[in-house]
Design a protein around this ligand. Structure first.
Ligand code: PT1
Length: 274
């Protein structure tokens, strides 16, 4: 499958670009904008194939922001990145209005941690004709880590994604435009996350490209005892494991390190084929 000009024949890296709010002054906003564009440029330079722009945090405990605020944060950034590169820009949002504004500004992909379950989201995505990433989450970001529960986490995630794929097909989004993501850390205990990574391969038989976000997440902190910024080696290990299990898109903070690690997995994958 393709995302704009991007081909997914080999695993690719998606660089994370969080647009941090600066409610204090317009000056703050301009500084935040410059910083974001600098980061995007650096990630592209380091080999990112996609830039994922997000204006609402969905980390555990995060509060929601309004569509207007989200649009104000992401649209200028998406426009600027779109003007600077051929690489596709993705919009990390669950809101139909944000999806429309972002695609209008040049985004080629909608990355939705709620898998298009918000009002109007499926229709908007169908209408916009862009690639969508459908992610699994149990509960909502504010409370999802309180008491996650599954019969069998891998089967539950698989069934959920299969059902979202069907809903999207019924709405007129074709399979060639759908990426799936198990949603590491989204309403999942440490044990759930480990089990999901161990069984990741099972999600590939849904037949859609597989995206994963493991970068710097708390499960890696649990494994290594490291704080967020010191989880790069752990994140690289997790990225390599995910690629070996069939992941096609890696959503990461540390683009240069991940791209380099993937050169090693790719060299061996290529040698295996010949
Ligand atoms: C993800 C993802 C995302 N993750 C997709 N989009 C986040 N498609 C935002 C922790 O446990 O995995 N896939 N958008 C960030 N969310 C989290 C969740 C960040 C959990 C940190 C944790 O530390």
């Amino acid at each position: 499958m393709r995302i704009g000009r991007l081909n997914l024949e080999i695993p690719v890296v998606m660089g994370i670009l969080n647009i941090t709010p600066d409610s204090f002054s317009d000056g703050g906003r301009f500084l935040a904008r410059d910083d974001a564009l600098g980061q995007a440029e650096a990630m592209l330079q380091s080999g990112a194939s996609i830039i994922d722009v997000g204006g609402e945090s969905t980390r555990p405990g995060a509060q929601q922001v309004s569509a207007a605020e989200e649009i104000e944060r992401v649209v200028p950034i998406i426009e600027a990145i779109h003007n600077m590169t051929d690489a596709p820009v993705s919009i990390d949002t669950s809101k139909a209005d944000v999806m429309r504004a972002a695609v209008e500004a040049g985004a080629a992909m909608v990355n939705d941690v709620r898998a298009l379950r918000e009002a109007g989201a499926v229709a908007a995505a169908a209408d916009l004709g862009v690639v969508v990433c459908l992610m699994h989450m149990q509960g909502n970001p504010r409370t999802m880590q309180e008491e996650p529960h599954y019969e069998d986490v891998t089967l539950d995630v698989r069934d959920f994604l299969a059902s979202r794929i069907e809903t999207c097909i019924d709405a007129g989004i074709d399979r060639e435009r759908m990426v799936i993501d198990p949603g590491f850390g989204f309403g999942k205990s440490y044990r759930h996350n480990v089990e999901l990574l161990m069984n990741l391969r099972q999600l590939t038989d849904l037949g859609q490209p597989l995206m994963v976000g493991l970068s710097r997440k708390s499960m890696l902190g649990e494994m290594t005892g490291r704080d967020t910024g010191d989880r790069i080696p752990a994140s690289i290990a997790a990225a390599v494991i995910a690629v070996q299990a069939g992941a096609d898109i890696l959503r990461v903070h540390d683009v240069a390190e991940t791209v380099e690690a993937l050169k090693v997995t790719q060299a061996i994958a290529k040698a295996r084929q010949s």
